[in-house]
Write a protein that binds this ligand. Structure first.
Ligand SMILES: [Zn+2]
Length: 267
């Protein structure tokens, strides 16, 4: 088979992404209680403390999705070594284990919460035998006081691209409304549940008033990226400190292959 070289533009964009992009770190659960079926998505408090130390050691500055957009629109410059720290789903254990470490280190973060399941459990993972408590409204407010701002992860955590357009619209606009009512601030940022989005979902996110939306596509964010389809840097529970540093700097995992569970569905 002939090897076809990648187009120059694609290669240089890849290099740009590794050298200059902003890493948007994607966490899920931070807990000592690691569900086997959710191992890839769970970082222990000890691992997380190591990540926070690395961020401090290399002088990373946490920024919000608003800061990222302001820099893209040239309204505000980025600090040196910017990083966006995000958590998906709103697991209660993150309040206990991640929030104090971030707060003590002077780092802010964003948590994408499932607006219709506040104070309930992660019922979308029931088929896989994983059922974890999610933050309540009061706990979401506690997170915000600790410097972790809550934004939207839709209303019920569906795969949006599989839904009809009216349901997509409801998931996106209703979650905004619920969170704005409960938390008393604007909700303008979204993470697509399961990373599921297409042109229709993107259009509905724009229509619902979101300014940014995170995907689960790997890589750092370049200024030319679509704000409603931002790539992220997945942080995996099975990986060590060197893997974390590699992902932080390059946006990708470049080392040895990671051993995976038979099912590694995106969240
Ligand atoms: Zn999720």
């Amino acid at each position: 088979m002939l090897h076809r070289p990648a187009p120059v533009a694609a290669v240089s964009r890849k290099i740009m992404r590794v050298r200059f992009g902003v890493p948007v770190l994607m966490y899920h659960l931070v807990s000592d209680d690691v569900p086997a079926a959710f191992r890839d998505y769970t970082v222990t408090p000890r691992q997380f403390a190591g990540h926070v130390r690395t961020l401090r050691q290399f002088d990373y500055h946490s920024i919000s999705p608003d800061d990222l957009l302001a820099a893209r629109e040239r309204r505000r410059p980025l600090p040196p070594r910017p990083v966006v720290i995000t958590f998906d789903d709103g697991f209660r254990d993150c309040l206990r284990h991640a929030a104090p470490l971030l707060h003590d280190a002077g780092l802010g973060a964003t948590m994408y919460v499932v607006a219709g399941l506040l104070g309930k459990t992660s019922r979308w993972m029931e088929p896989e035998g994983v059922d974890l408590p999610l933050v309540s409204v009061a706990e979401a407010r506690e997170l915000e006081q600790a410097g972790i701002a809550c934004q939207s992860h839709a209303l019920t955590h569906p795969s949006l691209a599989r839904l009809g357009t009216p349901r997509i619209a409801r998931e996106l606009s209703e979650s905004r409304r619920v969170l704005e009512d409960e938390l008393g601030h604007e909700i303008r940022h979204l993470a697509y549940p399961h990373g599921s989005f297409d042109d229709r979902v993107r259009a509905e996110a724009e229509q619902a008033g979101y300014l940014s939306a995170c995907t689960t596509q790997p890589g750092k964010v370049l200024p030319s990226d679509d704000a409603l389809a931002l790539p992220r840097v997945k942080i995996e529970g099975r990986e060590g400190p060197a893997d974390f540093l590699t992902r932080l700097v390059t946006g990708r995992h470049l080392g040895h292959p990671v051993r995976r569970q038979p099912s590694s569905r995106r969240r």
